[in-house]
Write a protein that binds this ligand. Structure first.
Ligand code: COA
Length: 160
């Protein structure tokens, strides 16, 4: 991707562009092993002073003003609203500074926590994306979520 994300900050998190601080690289092993995760921002917990996840855009189509957000969090940090906080910051950045007009996300049908995060950040479930069942390694089915710029619900100050 031909753009350099900048450092973002939320009340509990620092979103640090990957590659900015190589001392953190050793903490990213879990994240690097997860195929399909984005690689733009490490999520650093201010309270723990360690990397707890990753967030960013796994697909970006500048000519359409459209991108797809993806994320992953270590288990120990889950259930505290942290991914919701991180995603809101990235979505605000995408609309304000990447000139996006639409941000999409896909989540596995059984990933209820992920679906809930997408709903909390104001995304709408638009439908199901069917996996290719006839390929040698069949893809899974996904829910497709999306939010468009200016749509009510993407209110970074709203509660979790
Ligand atoms: C899914 C994931 C991102 C959630 O992060 P998180 O910081 O725990 O999310 P939040 O705390 O902001 O919100 C989680 C919500 O899901 C809900 N939830 C959690 N487990 C659930 C379940 N089994 N069924 C229904 N809801 C569930 C929580 O109650 C919470 O909703 P609430 O605030 O209304 O109570 C994180 O667990 C993760 O990275 N998992 C592994 C990788 C992954 O799934 N990536 C996403 C790919 S699309």
């Amino acid at each position: 991707m031909a753009w350099t994300p900048r450092r973002l900050e939320t009340p509990r998190l620092i979103l640090q562009p990957t590659g900015e601080d190589d001392d953190r690289a050793g903490l990213d092993t879990w994240l690097q092993q997860r195929v399909g995760l984005p690689n733009q921002w490490r999520i650093i917990s201010k309270a723990l002073d360690r990397v707890i996840g990753i967030v960013g855009f796994i697909r970006w189509e500048p000519e359409r003003g459209c991108a797809e957000i993806g994320f992953g969090l270590v288990k120990v940090a889950s259930g505290q609203g942290l991914m919701t906080e991180a995603c809101r910051a990235v979505i605000d950045y995408g609309f304000a500074e990447m000139d996006l007009s639409r941000i999409e996300a896909r989540c596995q049908l059984a990933n209820l926590a992920s679906a809930r995060v997408l709903e909390k950040i104001g995304m709408t479930r638009e439908g199901m994306v069917r996996g290719r069942v006839h390929s040698k390694v069949p893809d899974e089915d996904f829910w497709l979520y999306a939010i468009e710029r200016g749509v009510t619900g993407n209110d970074a100050s709203s509660g979790c």
